[in-house]
Design a protein. Structure first.
Length: 664
């Protein structure tokens, strides 16, 4: 039966009203109807369900009715929960089950020959082994399976103890300097380093486990001992922010090397050449690395035009790379190249479809080097004990939730006096009544803003007087000290509400309020890439004034600044800081950043964090990866606004994406 257009429009609106499907899919439905004019409403509704699950990061759906019903009803329940509409769940469950039971059996190459293929890429969709894929994602899946088998050929022989001892001693000597302790590599770091001299690796580990340190020293030894000085070195990450951070981390690690410890002569000359090669290496986004061409919507480097075989690739923050970009990257890398993929297996997966790093770690174990020992955290500290407990299969010990009554705490404590050295955790128990909870959260937010953000206005004005390096350093340290990390964007605990509250409080406290879009001392974050200025989604800064103009001050190394007319645009640099006139940056690409989403916080660290987790049990953003990513952003004190049930539900809920990637 031909689809009823109104019925389909109403169905799409039902999903859209719950913010569970992006508008672009409505146009895709029109294309499907053009290709198969007689397709039924129920079948198109199942495609809508698939598109919604694609938006969640799945790349395929099961063609078994029971499995799809279970998966969809679980998602819909979470959406109803967010909107306080659980009363209609039973009716909705029956409605969707009827649609899936009628529509899913019609999804086959026999009944939809213009839409679905069984064994080639000629149609928009393909069915394989009981799963429906958009052909684009199926091709990416097959490509990843093929390329990983070619690129990641592991060596089963572990490093010899003698080699490890020699390497340990070598880097101790190389990092020894007067007044500074030598670098001591842990056993797991030595294993990864020595394995990487002869095999391509996936290096995984949490914050502070030394992934970048290992890769820097691995590259050092590789260039020194493996006759690869003529190889090109490519450092890349999925975002500009992550790429910049990798480069900064490598530069900091190189700065620890004392080349004077190497005897003068050919040895030191070679080491100096390696130092210069590593120090001059530039990082980039994966899109820039592959040379994306908007006019062709493709990459210059691809399966037909690969990089030179004499290449070394370091790919950081791999958990954030979606399946199609991962596929494009692997296709462009020749079989003989050296490849090192870095990432944290417990962090949030990519925003777009796929969870490739997780699949590689689970199914390509022979090529994995896992770093478990963190030099950032004390194993007995509160945050590590909570982090470990949140990743266990058994229920969370209530003592490790560090539950605290806010009213009692505020009478004898203050956010201004941060505990030192022990990575303490304090969890404020929310009030049960909504209005009481709102009042409580406003009070906590006001105290936080007073402790960390209100003084930034005076500091920014003070630093703006003469832009002395010491004043800028102090301002940046203060601006980078603390963040509120929210799972949600909207609602009582969302970044929009929290940022509005803090801005209102700060402006109210100032004698000279402003009608400008931004005020001096305001924290801002980029939400869209501004590549022409080397600014990227996730970069953050603070507003300062100069000659009656407002600037965004960002700590950043500008690459290729000589090739741009930055001076004519009013951009200038003082020491480590770049100052961008705010009128150059589109308003829609910037937002206030006293509170940021947990997704945006990935890769960052702060001396104090306040974590706001969703309070509704079953909320889609209340899960283990969200909680892990949030609490591991701390470099000092961690405060959480949640009760025990919230933390326990987060521990129980693990994000799982259907990709059906299979690796030997």
């Amino acid at each position: 039966m031909k689809a009823d257009k109104k019925q389909l429009t109403d169905f799409f609106k039902k999903l859209s009203d719950m913010n569970c499907i992006t508008p672009v899919w409505e146009k895709v439905l029109d294309v499907l109807i053009e290709l198969e004019p007689k397709v039924s409403f129920e079948t198109l509704a199942v495609f809508c369900i698939y598109f919604s699950l694609l938006d969640d990061g799945n790349i395929c759906i099961p063609v078994a009715q029971g499995k799809l019903i279970d998966k969809w009803q679980k998602k819909w329940e979470g959406l109803l929960l967010q909107e306080n509409l659980l009363a209609q769940q039973a009716d909705d469950d029956k409605y969707f089950a009827d649609i899936i039971n009628k529509g899913l059996p019609q999804i086959s190459s026999e009944q939809l020959p213009n839409l679905i293929a069984d064994d080639d890429f000629s149609k928009p969709f393909i069915i394989d082994a009981g799963w429906l894929f958009a052909t684009k994602y199926y091709k990416a899946k097959i490509s990843i399976e093929t390329r990983i088998r070619l690129i990641m050929k592991h060596n089963t022989i572990p490093p010899l103890e003698e080699e490890k001892e020699k390497t340990l001693e070598y880097f101790k000597n190389l990092t020894s300097a007067e007044g500074r302790s030598p670098m001591t590599l842990k056993d797991e770091q030595l294993n990864a380093l020595l394995r990487g001299l002869d095999e391509n690796l996936i290096i995984t580990g949490g914050p502070g486990t030394g992934k970048t340190t290992v890769i820097c020293y691995l590259l050092w030894k590789l260039f020194l001992t493996k006759d690869v000085m003529d190889y090109s070195l490519f450092l890349a990450a999925p975002s500009g922010k992550a790429a910049d951070r990798m480069k900064e981390s490598i530069s900091e690690t190189l700065a620890r090397l004392n080349l004077e410890a190497i005897p003068a002569g050919p040895q030191r000359d070679t080491a100096q050449a390696v130092f210069e090669k590593l120090n001059s290496a530039q990082s980039s986004t994966i899109h820039r690395l592959l040379s994306f061409n908007p006019s062709t919507n493709g990459f210059r480097y691809n399966a037909e035009n690969q990089f030179d075989e004499k290449s070394i690739f370091v790919i950081d923050e791999a958990s954030m790379i979606d399946i199609t970009l991962f596929s494009s990257l692997l296709e462009a890398i020749p079989e003989g190249a050296r490849v090192f993929i870095l990432g944290d297996k417990d962090q949030l997966p990519s925003v777009q479809a796929g969870a490739v790093l997780g699949e590689l770690l689970a199914k390509k174990t022979g090529s994995v080097a896992e770093l478990k020992q963190s030099s950032r955290f004390n194993d007995n500290s509160d945050v590590v004990r909570l982090k470990n407990a949140m990743q266990e299969a058994s229920p969370l010990d209530k003592n490790l939730a560090f539950l605290t009554n806010w009213n009692d705490w505020k009478n004898s404590h203050s956010f201004t006096n941060l505990p030192q050295g022990e990575f303490p955790v304090t969890t404020f128990i929310p009030e049960h009544n909504y209005s009481d909870k709102a009042t409580q959260l406003e009070e906590i937010t006001a105290a936080w803003g007073n402790a960390f953000y209100e003084d930034l206005v005076q500091q920014a004005h003070y630093a703006s007087l003469d832009f002395e390096t010491s004043k800028l350093d102090s301002l940046w340290q203060a601006a980078s000290k603390a963040r509120i990390l929210c799972a949600e964007r909207k609602g009582l605990q969302g970044v929009e509400t929290i940022n509005n509250q803090i801005c209102s409080s700060i402006l109210k406290a100032q004698a000279d309020s402003t009608d400008d879009d931004y005020f001096t001392g305001q924290l801002l974050m980029l939400t869209k890439n501004q590549s022409i200025f080397c600014l990227y989604n996730g970069d953050s800064g603070i507003v300062v004034e100069h000659n009656n103009l407002k600037y965004l001050m960002v700590k950043k190394e500008i690459k290729n600044s000589g090739d741009t007319d930055v001076a004519q645009q009013g951009i200038f640099q003082k020491g480590s800081y770049i100052f961008y006139p705010l009128h150059l940056l589109p308003k829609e690409s910037i937002e206030t950043a006293y509170a940021i989403t947990i997704h945006k916080s990935q890769g960052s660290g702060y001396k104090a964090i306040l974590v706001l987790l969703p309070s509704q049990i079953g909320h889609p953003l209340l899960n283990r990866q969200i909680a892990y990513t949030a609490i591991t952003r701390t470099e000092g004190a961690t405060y959480i606004f949640a009760d025990y049930e919230t933390l326990e539900h987060a521990r129980q809920t693990v994000i799982e994406r259907d990709t059906q990637i299979h690796l030997d």
